[in-house]
Design a protein around this ligand. Structure first.
Ligand code: ZN
Length: 348
């Protein structure tokens, strides 16, 4: 099925995200967003904008400890320092981090207020590895964690679905909501990469049992396999949970040209996945969707992937996921997931 969609879409875009400098050789650098900005200027200049304003201290404390927030603030005093071995910070990094979280919150407000149907927060630093008291994996604040908790506390939402399609496991998001049933967290990732977590058996605890769903996928994963798996999972999950808001941890480091990820996906794969998500969402009254940029370290292919997602959202591209591969290794994984998650009755 190749439906054309017409989501009223916006982006969070701000030059100040370029002020987070990470050094000459770091893969998470300003060139990533520069490539995306050029794409927006070329093909999507008519998109609405959601402003990025700094999150408040109280909002950051939904997730982070006061001591850690102060540590981030102090990085402003030096031209270059580091918050974690892989997470450097320049003098303006604190501001970019504050704006990244705050931009996501403004997007939640715009979505929940009905002004738009979808928003892509094109932010950096990324967030899904960030923990309450420390930076990790290029991430400073857990942008999606703060946004999901803001949606719950400020807008009263009780069902937020977070879909993390970055090639890395979003351990920071998983940890935040591991014992919660208000956030259903789905992650597909290569478990042989950092942070080496996210087994099928990690499925939540206590009230959150069954509300964490991990799909550890094999190396050299192809579009057809990726889409085949999501085709079988997204519809029952979206219909079973009936989210009031969907947040996508949109990392594109599974692209075949990515220098870090080892998957073999193309931009068409991400477009197809967006199409599948919108089809599933149409079965439950089209809840608003927030995409938040996570990884993706080859700037040209990263920009093309973002373009695919925006194209499918706005109806410029059909995003037809026509090629679903029957792959024994993915079929085996699906069986394993059903075996682990069936008994919880959350979405199967
Ligand atoms: Zn990643």
């Amino acid at each position: 099925m190749n439906l054309r969609h017409d989501y009223r879409s916006a982006v969070v875009r701000d030059e100040r995200f370029l002020g987070h400098k990470t050094g000459l050789t770091h893969p998470e650098n300003p060139n990533r967003l520069k490539a995306i900005h050029r794409l927006l200027d070329r093909e999507f200049h008519d998109l609405k904008r959601v402003e990025a304003t700094p999150a408040t201290l109280e909002q950051l404390e939904f997730v982070h400890t006061p001591g850690y927030i102060e540590k981030v603030m102090k990085t402003a005093e030096q031209p270059m320092t580091s918050l974690a071995p892989d997470t450097p910070a320049s003098a303006m990094s604190y501001l970019a981090a504050w704006l990244a979280a705050g931009g996501c919150l403004n997007a939640v407000d715009a979505l929940m207020g009905g002004r738009i149907d979808a928003c892509f927060a094109l932010v950096r630093p990324p967030g899904h590895h960030a923990l309450p008291d420390r930076a990790a994996g290029f991430c400073i604040f857990n942008n999606i964690g703060v946004a999901a908790l803001y949606a719950a506390r400020h807008h009263g939402l009780t069902r937020v679905l977070v879909i993390d399609w970055d090639v890395h496991h979003g351990n920071g998001i998983q940890e935040l909501f591991y014992q919660e049933k208000g956030v259903l967290y789905l992650s597909s990732h290569d478990i042989l990469l950092y942070p080496y977590t996210g087994t099928v058996e990690e499925a939540g605890e206590g009230e959150g049992e069954g509300y964490t769903v991990n799909l550890p996928l094999p190396r050299d994963l192809k579009d057809e396999e990726f889409l085949g798996l999501y085709k079988d999972i997204l519809k029952p999950m979206v219909e079973g949970f009936s989210p009031q808001l969907i947040i996508v941890a949109a990392g594109f480091d599974g692209h075949r040209q990515d220098p870090i990820g080892r998957w073999d996906l193309t931009e068409a794969g991400y477009g197809g996945l967006t199409g599948l998500l919108l089809e599933a969402a149409s079965g439950v009254g089209r809840p608003p969707i927030l995409f938040v940029l996570e990884g993706g370290y080859d700037p040209p292919s990263l920009a093309r992937c973002v373009g695919e997602v925006l194209g499918v959202l706005t109806g410029k591209a059909a995003g037809g996921a026509n090629h679903f591969g029957e792959s024994p290794r993915v079929a085996a994984l699906l069986e394993e997931i059903k075996k682990v998650h069936g008994p919880y009755g959350v979405w199967i």
